[in-house]
Design a binder for this molecule. Structure first.
Ligand code: SF4
Ligand code: SF4
Length: 340
């Protein structure tokens, strides 16, 4: 692992240098409380102090709505992978979102690798950025508050510089190209990093006790907590849409009846939606709201653990921030534990 130092006075030149590697996308302010990832028009718009974007980085690889192929009765079908050759430098991912991508890599890469996801994933350079938690972050409980891999470069902020960690060969190429902007790390920098790290650790106010959680969930399948939650949850699906690891989709055809052609499309879906579990013949396996909301919680902290050995929640806090009825994931699990 190579660690260098980027003085803040060189940051603008560094960001401009990244443009040689692709279209640079950065976190930008959308309103006083919300941020989005989008193309960088100029370096002054980068929201270096953002905490969470509305949509997570998954939107770059697993698009909200994606044409899979075009078809017609005369020409058969033609595969479409939009943006498969587009080089993007995705700047500013916090450790939890890098872990979110690592989880999606498992989901889309195991058993039946998803060529649409990976066609884009291979063209995106990931540059991480350190952060300070707020009252909705519980990434520390999910062991996603730091990361040693999953990025090409990672910037850890100090007072007047960034420590720049190189995490891949392309990251090494960039740091070599831009070496005139970088300097060596000093003992003073290391001490400053350790001080900030300690301060960050003390800033976490929210935590989730994950010990035994899959086991407790197994015992609590019939708990009244789920009925209560079903009365409060609108099943609007916002929590799934903003979640960095939710990956359900629906597939349907859009047909042009005049030309006898069309597109097969896939679109983000949510297990909270009423018709999500409808199968051929019309039976719905999760007709009640309580069943649907329980299903999402079990998928994150029970089913994924059984299948892949870890939860599929990164503790990013998006579902807490964007739930219209203020359902709080940590409070729900505390209730299930009988510790609310
Ligand atoms: S955002 Fe809140 S109300 Fe909407 S589906 Fe999720 S838990 Fe239910
Ligand atoms: S369940 Fe909530 S806190 Fe966990 S990763 Fe998804 S949006 Fe973030």
């Amino acid at each position: 692992m190579k660690i260098l130092k980027l003085p803040k006075t060189n940051f603008k030149l560094f960001m401009e240098g990244l443009q040689n590697y692709g279209e640079v996308h950065v976190p930008k302010k959308k309103s006083s409380q919300s941020f989005v990832f989008g193309p960088m028009e100029n370096t002054s718009e980068i929201a270096m102090d953002y905490l969470r974007t509305i949509n997570p980085p998954k939107k770059y690889f697993f698009k909200p709505k994606d044409t899979l192929f075009n078809f017609s009765s005369t020409k058969g079908f033609t595969e479409v992978i939009e943006d498969s050759d587009k080089k993007i430098v995705l700047f500013g991912l916090h450790p939890c979102d890098i872990h979110g991508l690592k989880i999606l890599d498992i989901v889309f890469g195991t058993n039946y690798p998803d060529k649409y996801y990976f066609a884009r994933r291979k063209n995106v350079i990931v540059i991480g950025l350190s952060c300070m938690p707020d009252d909705k972050c519980f990434c520390r409980s999910m062991a996603t508050d730091a990361t040693e891999d999953g990025f090409d470069l990672f910037l850890s902020e100090l007072k007047s510089s960034y420590l720049l960690t190189v995490g891949s060969s392309i990251g090494d190429d960039i740091s070599t190209d831009l070496k005139h902007l970088l300097t060596e790390v000093t003992k003073k920098d290391t001490n400053e990093y350790l001080k900030i790290r300690k301060e960050r650790k003390n800033r976490f106010t929210l935590s989730l006790d994950t010990s035994d959680l899959p086991y407790i969930l197994e015992l609590q399948r019939e708990s009244e907590v789920w009925e209560e939650l079903g009365k409060k949850c609108l099943c609007c699906g916002s929590c799934s849409m903003v979640c960095p690891t939710c990956s359900c989709f629906n597939v349907y055809d859009i047909k042009n009846l005049i030309t006898d052609s069309g597109q097969r499309v896939r679109q983000w879906d949510s297990c909270l939606f009423k018709d999500y579990a409808v199968v051929a013949g019309g039976h719905n396996f999760r007709v009640n709201r309580a069943d649907r909301v329980r299903n999402r919680y079990y998928d994150k902290q029970n089913g994924f653990v059984s299948q892949y050995g870890k939860p599929s929640c990164t503790g990013c806090g998006r579902c807490i921030q964007y739930c219209p009825t203020k359902i709080h994931v940590v409070e729900v699990f505390n209730k299930v534990r009988g510790e609310a």
